[in-house]
Design a protein around this ligand. Structure first.
Ligand SMILES: CC(C)(COP(=O)(O)OP(=O)(O)OC[C@H]1O[C@@H](n2cnc3c(N)ncnc32)[C@H](O)[C@@H]1OP(=O)(O)O)[C@@H](O)C(=O)NCCC(=O)NCCS
Length: 304
C-alpha cells in the first residue's frame, strides 16, 4: 500500500465506509472539511495519513497537533492520534502498523517528543498500541446517580436560556486550579459546539463555573462541569439534577473536588474505566512522567 496525507487525497468519500465500520462514525466529508478549517488541533496539520490500495483508502490514522501544558507551565506540542481504522477486508496485513510508524516519524520530524491517544482496554487496539510502545497514563473516574423516584423536571417555560459565552467558558476553564494536559482555545469550543450540536439550552454558566450537558427523555449526561470551588460545583450539579427525570451521569471526573461533591450527593463512583489515555515517547530521552507529572487533569471535552 501507498501512504499519503489526508490533504493529498483526491476524494475523501472512502472515509465514510472506513470510519463507519471502525467506529459507527457516519463520516460526512463536507462537514469534516468545515470542521478541519475551524479546529486549531487540525487546521495547520496533515489531518491524518491514509493507506491507499490503487485509488482507494483502506486504512487511516488521524493526526492532531496537540498543544500540551508541561509541569513547568510551558506549552509543548505533542502528536495526538485519533480515528485509527483499517477496512475489515484489509485487517491483519500490517496496514495500521505501517501508518502508525509513518505517523510517529512525522511527529518526530515536527520535533514532538510524545504521541498521545485515547482508547479502550477492551479493544484489540490496546494491545497493538502497547506493542508500539504506548503505555496507559490515565484512569478515568465516573459518577452515576439514579433517583429513587421519577422526578418531574423543573419546567424551563418562560426562562429563556442565556446565550452561551464561549470566551467565559474558556476563562473559567483556564482559572481552574488544575491545568489540563491539553491547552484549549475558543476555536476548539466552537468546533465542539458544532460537532456535538450543542445549543444554549445545554449549558449553564455562572461567574465561577459552568456545566455542559446533554438531556434526553430519561436523564442527563454531564459532558463537562468545571467550577472553581465545591459550592459552585454543588450548585451546578443541583441545577442539572432539576433537569433530569431518572438519572444523571458524568463519565469523566478527573477533578478530585468534583468527585467528592458527587460522592457526597449519593452518586455511585467508579475509579476504574475501560477507557484510558496512552502515551508513547518519540525520542529515547523523553519521559512522560517527568514532563507532565503523574496527576494529570483533563475535562470532558479534552478527551479524544
Ligand atoms: C485495530 C485495527 C486498527 C488494526 O488494524 P490492522 O491494519 O489490522 O493492524 P495490523 O495488521 O498492523 O496489526 C497490528 C497488530 O495489532 C494486533 N491485532 C490486529 N488485529 C488483531 C486481531 N484481530 N486479534 C488480535 N490482535 C490483533 C496484532 O498484534 C497485530 O500484529 P500482528 O499481526 O503482527 O500480530 C483494526 O482492527 C480496526 O480498524 N479496528 C476497528 C477500529 C478500532 O478499534 N480502532 C482503534 C480505536 S482506538
Amino acid at each position: 500500500v501507498k501512504i499519503v496525507t489526508y490533504r493529498d487525497l483526491r476524494s475523501k468519500d472512502d472515509l465514510l465506509p472506513l470510519m463507519d465500520h471502525g467506529f459507527r462514525w457516519s463520516f460526512n466529508p463536507r462537514e469534516f472539511e468545515e470542521f478541519v478549517k475551524l479546529e486549531s488541533w487540525l487546521r495547520n496539520g496533515i489531518v491524518g495519513l491514509c493507506a491507499l490500495e490503487g485509488d482507494h483508502v483502506v486504512g487511516f490514522v488521524g493526526a492532531y497537533d496537540l498543544p500540551t501544558r508541561t509541569l513547568g507551565g510551558s506549552v509543548e506540542y505533542a502528536g495526538g492520534v485519533y480515528g485509527v481504522a483499517t477496512l475489515p477486508s484489509h485487517t491483519r496485513k500490517g496496514i495500521s502498523t505501517a501508518l502508525m510508524n509513518s505517523l510517529h516519524q512525522h511527529f518526530r520530524d515536527k520535533g514532538y517528543r510524545f504521541s498521545i491517544l485515547g482508547t479502550s482496554r477492551i479493544l484489540i487496539a490496546h494491545a497493538f498500541y502497547e506493542k508500539l510502545g504506548y503505555r496507559d497514563f490515565l484512569e478515568i473516574p465516573s459518577a452515576y446517580k439514579v433517583f429513587e423516584k421519577r422526578r418531574k423536571p423543573r419546567p424551563m417555560a418562560g426562562e429563556k436560556p442565556s446565550k452561551t459565552d464561549l470566551d467565559k467558558l474558556l476563562k473559567i476553564y483556564n482559572e481552574h486550579d488544575k491545568p489540563s494536559l491539553t491547552v484549549r482555545d475558543v476555536s476548539l469550543l466552537k468546533a465542539f459546539k458544532k460537532a456535538e450540536e450543542f445549543t444554549d439550552k445545554d449549558c449553564r454558566t455562572t461567574d465561577e463555573g459552568y456545566v455542559l450537558f446533554k438531556k434526553d427523555h430519561k436523564g442527563v449526561w454531564i459532558r463537562e462541569l468545571v467550577a472553581l470551588n465545591a459550592n459552585e460545583m454543588n450548585r451546578l450539579v443541583s441545577f442539572v439534577e432539576e433537569q433530569a427525570k431518572d438519572l444523571v451521569y458524568d463519565r469523566a471526573v478527573l477533578d478530585s473536588t468534583l468527585l467528592e461533591v458527587y460522592r457526597s450527593r449519593g452518586y455511585m463512583i467508579h475509579g476504574k474505566s475501560h477507557s484510558v489515555m496512552m502515551a508513547k515517547p518519540l525520542t529515547p530521552d523523553a519521559s512522560f512522567k517527568q514532563t507532565y507529572g503523574d496527576r494529570i487533569y483533563m475535562a470532558g471535552l479534552d478527551f479524544f
